[in-house]
Structures are given as structure tokens and as C-alpha cells.
Design a protein around this ligand. Structure first.
Ligand SMILES: [Fe+2]
Ligand SMILES: [Fe+2]
Length: 133
């Protein structure tokens, strides 16, 4: 069973953007599966690295797009990105310290993701359309 499920209310109304968001959710699910299966710590750390890179790259793309287009809520949107990256770094630290459990992973990520997609990304893409790839 996947950790996070895509929900229709996450949709920003643009298939290409939804596709990217689904890929981020898939990265989290892949990481969770490896971790839950008891894969080696170094393998799970590699998956964390991939997840962090994938999310950072997606955020960087959005932020460049907002800057180029003079988006009015760039700061608030970017701050929310920073919060999620902090959260993922915290989860990685807790994993390294053996304090993070798989069962609390969903709670730590899902609330953030759903809120960010529904509030920030939906507004951004309703105003400006799709960002270039
Ligand atoms: Fe996004
Ligand atoms: Fe965003």
C-alpha cells in the first residue's frame, strides 16, 4: 500500500503540472516502500537523496517561473517551499539518528503536500498557467 495517494483536489487544473506532482508523490512512496521492507540504511539514504533532489528541482523551476513572471505571491510561496525542504531535512536527520519511524512519515509529509498543492500551486497555476519544462 502506497504511503501517499493522489487526490483529485490536489489537481491544479493543468495535466503537465499534476504529472510532476504525481512524480513527487511516487518518489515518496518508493522511499517508503524501501524503508518498510527493511532495505539497507544506505539504500534508504540514497532514496532520501533522490527525493530531496527531485523536490528541490521542482521548486527551483517554479520559483524561477514566478520570478520571471513577476508573481505577486512569490515570497509566501517560496517560504512554504523552504518549510517543506526543512521538514525533509529534519526527517532525514531523524532517520540518521534512528528516531524517525515509518508510521509517522505520512503525517509529516501529507499535510504539507496537500496544503501546498491546494493553496499555493493551485493559485500560481491558475494565474500563470504551466511553467516551462
Ligand atoms: Fe509544485
Ligand atoms: Fe510550489
Amino acid at each position: 500500500m502506497a504511503l501517499l495517494q493522489w487526490k483529485d483536489r490536489y489537481s491544479v487544473g493543468i495535466a503537465a503540472v499534476d504529472h510532476e506532482h504525481k512524480e513527487l508523490i511516487a518518489l515518496i512512496n518508493r522511499l517508503y516502500d524501501e524503508w518498510k521492507q527493511g532495505s539497507s540504511r544506505s539504500l534508504v539514504e540514497d532514496f532520501f537523496g533522490d527525493l530531496y533532489k527531485g523536490i528541490s528541482a521542482h521548486f527551483a523551476l517554479e520559483e524561477r517561473f514566478m520570478r520571471e513572471r513577476g508573481y505577486d505571491q512569490l515570497t509566501a510561496h517560496k517560504n512554504d517551499h523552504e518549510r517543506l525542504l526543512d521538514e525533509i531535512r529534519d526527517i532525514m536527520d531523524d532517520f540518521a539518528d534512528e528516531k524517525q519511524t515509518t508510521s509517522s512519515l505520512a503525517g509529516r509529509l501529507e499535510a504539507w503536500f496537500s496544503r501546498h498543492f491546494e493553496m499555493h500551486d493551485a493559485r500560481l497555476h491558475q494565474r500563470l498557467g504551466a511553467h516551462p519544462h
